[in-house]
Design a protein around this ligand. Structure first.
Ligand SMILES: NC(=O)c1ccc[n+]([C@@H]2O[C@H](COP(=O)([O-])OP(=O)(O)OC[C@H]3O[C@@H](n4cnc5c(N)ncnc54)[C@H](O)[C@@H]3O)[C@@H](O)[C@H]2O)c1
Length: 268
């Protein structure tokens, strides 16, 4: 059964086949959706996204998420290509300049922090506000952004991205209220397990906290493919009344205090 048959969307953030957004695009296509793909102009120059565009029969439209003009153009072109308003949007965008430059949490550069917040969190508000003003999302549409549990619990090397994700989740709640009231559009964040992607592996000590989370979670870490399936369910009509939520998709990690595997590894 194709649960997204007839639905139109926009998918941000497919950089390469490891990207969570890449898997989401493949699953949305397999489930009957049509969509446009978007990424920053610099990412498009790498060219890999064109392979995905071919296999999913989608158009690629460049958009630097920090620029309102790019966002407007993306929504306008997407509606032209898809033949009307969209039903779903995936925001799968994240980047920390301070992490990239190896700056520790107690020595952050504020200009870089502003850019990190702009790319990774304010872009979500910008997307929603632009869509709101252009009336670009159909009634009962669904918007999902990807987040991480460092918004609630401390993971020291996740640094400013933790604060960014807290802001992102707050935007989902606040805008979810307004868009829900006005258009029945639902807005949620998915809090995903550590996943081996370009953004993920850029965090110091990623390998260790990937293994730690896997050992802590009763179901093990959720893969990018599992995340894609969850996104499809949230874009479908089967989750119509779910909005303003931060949804943990982490094999049970968020509610586990300690696991037998971790106790054994500590040699007690
Ligand atoms: N990988 C993980 O462990 C993990 C866990 C939880 C949440 N997430 C979140 O999932 C989302 C997707 O990341 P991913 O892990 O698939 O890595 P990824 O590196 O494949 O994706 C990040 C994307 O952000 C895009 N991007 C960066 N700056 C941009 C800009 N200015 N304009 C437009 N796009 C821009 C990149 O080009 C890239 O496609 C991010 O929000 C990330 O924080 C990842």
């Amino acid at each position: 059964m194709k649960i997204l048959e007839g639905k139109k969307g926009i998918i941000f953030g497919a950089l390469d086949p490891n990207s969570i957004a890449w898997k989401v695009a493949e699953q949305c296509h397999a489930n009957g959706a049509t969509f446009t793909l978007t990424n920053a102009p610099i990412a498009l120059r790498l060219g890999t996204i064109n392979q995905l565009a071919e296999t999913t029969n989608s158009k690629v439209i460049g958009c630097d998420v920090t620029l309102s003009a790019d966002m407007e153009n993306l929504l306008k072109e997407s509606m032209e290509v898809l033949g009307g308003k969209v039903d779903f949007i995936l925001h799968s965008v994240g980047m920390s300049l301070n992490i990239r430059k190896g700056k520790v949490y107690t020595d952050l550069d504020y200009e870089m922090m502003k850019k990190t917040f702009d790319i990774s969190a304010m872009s979500f508000h910008r997307l929603l506000q632009t869509a709101w003003k252009m009336d670009a999302i159909n009634d009962w549409g669904s918007v999902v952004a990807l987040t991480y549990i460092a918004a609630q619990r401390v993971f020291p090397d996740y640094s400013e991205m933790a604060d960014t994700k807290a802001l992102l989740e707050s935007f989902a709640r606040s805008f979810g209220y307004h868009y829900g009231k006005a258009k029945k559009v639902r807005i949620n964040t998915i809090s995903q397990s550590p996943t081996k992607t370009t953004a993920g592996t850029g965090v110091k000590g990623f390998g260790s906290f990937f293994d730690y989370a896997d050992a802590m979670s009763p179901l093990g870490n959720a893969s990018a493919e599992d995340c894609a399936n969850y996104c499809v369910s949230l874009f479908s009509d089967y989750t119509k009344m779910v909005t303003m939520q931060n949804l943990f998709h982490d094999g049970g990690f968020s509610f586990t205090g300690i696991s037998n595997e971790v106790i054994e590894q500590m040699g007690q």
